[in-house]
Ligand binder design. Structure first.
Ligand code: SF4
Ligand code: SF4
Length: 146
């Protein structure tokens, strides 16, 4: 059972606010973000639940959720939130925290793809799709998948 620690319950939401400027404590759990999310139907967690994990300082649940790594940054949730929370930005910060703090997402290959993608942007300023696919397949040991 979840035990709330009044002294530390806002640790994660404060951290997210420092890194993104977004205050997740304003989330009223209306579910509009989840209702419009393009990938939520296939996920065990949904954006509003991730917001709740943050509110309750459930760091590990938030940082290891598949939702964080399958989010496509489509911004639908951000556009729908009545509290004006940029949820896509929060997801981005969660991915950064996950990488920086060594949390391993369930979707290991998405993690690898993300690193390759960001690395190409940093190096060339754009993504070279064929190169990205080849490198990704090599690292996944599936050279002939597309
Ligand atoms: S930005 Fe991410 S969390 Fe938001 S609706 Fe799109 S896929 Fe879902
Ligand atoms: S739309 Fe905004 S207020 Fe509603 S559940 Fe999502 S984050 Fe919370």
């Amino acid at each position: 059972m979840l035990k709330l620690d009044a002294e530390h319950v806002h640790n994660l939401s404060k951290r997210i606010r420092d890194l993104s400027g977004e205050d997740v404590t304003h989330c009223i759990q209306c579910g509009k973000c989840s209702g419009g999310c393009t990938v939520a139907p296939d996920m065990e967690e949904i954006p509003s639940r991730i917001m709740r994990f943050i509110q309750l300082n459930m760091k590990e649940r938030a940082l290891t959720s598949s939702m964080v790594w399958t989010c496509t940054s489509c911004l639908t949730c951000t556009a729908r939130c009545p509290e004006g929370i940029d949820i896509a930005k929060v997801m981005n910060v969660l991915r950064m925290m996950c990488t920086a703090e060594g949390y391993t997402p369930k979707e290991k290959q998405i993690h690898v793809f993300n690193r390759l993608f960001i690395g190409m942007i940093q190096k060339y300023g754009h993504v070279y799709e064929l190169g990205l696919m080849v490198k990704n397949n090599m690292m996944a040991m599936t050279p002939f998948s597309c």
